[in-house]
Ligand binder design. Sequence first.
Ligand code: ZN
Length: 195
Amino acid sequence: MKSDPLDDLLEATRLLWSGSPELAGFVSWPDDLRRREVAANPIPACKLVAGWRDNLDPKTAQLHRCAVAASELANWQQTYTEAELGRSFLDRYGYFELIGQTGHFHSATCNAYIGYWAEHLHYPWHYHVAEELYFVLTGQARFESEGDPPAILTPNQARFHKSNQPHAMTTGDQPILTLILWRGAELDGFSRLSG
Ligand code: ZN
């Protein structure tokens, strides 16, 4: 049987999620998943992820490799416009909804995204209603959130954002690939830039 890269990615996500107290403690693996037909949207970040094969962490390598393999089938998205963040930012960032109401696998219980930011990017302060957990798969970044001390996160480390808590992220010499979970209200909502 020919394996399907998006099914493989879902299974690798399930394995990491089930084995991680941070992920499983944030929200349970959804029990209402069903595959949706969602078109590929190969924005520039798609190729950057598709070519990322080095400096993998042993615990997250399987999920990373599955994200690489699924990259060109993924429905890549960007929340922001060129006027807000500039063309060079948009050429080097993107995410796709693996699980959620508009994702490759429908669930009404939570959202799960694969998110990518290239090196030397500043993702400015933003907020959203849903509660959020970032989980680093590969690379690293500096995370800031209002009321919390900033921290540099590396693979297998997580960071929680409360509902409407402003937060920002900055990459250094390395890009970052993350698994991002949303729970709570307004799972169909979007991030807005602060100020
Ligand atoms: Zn966020």
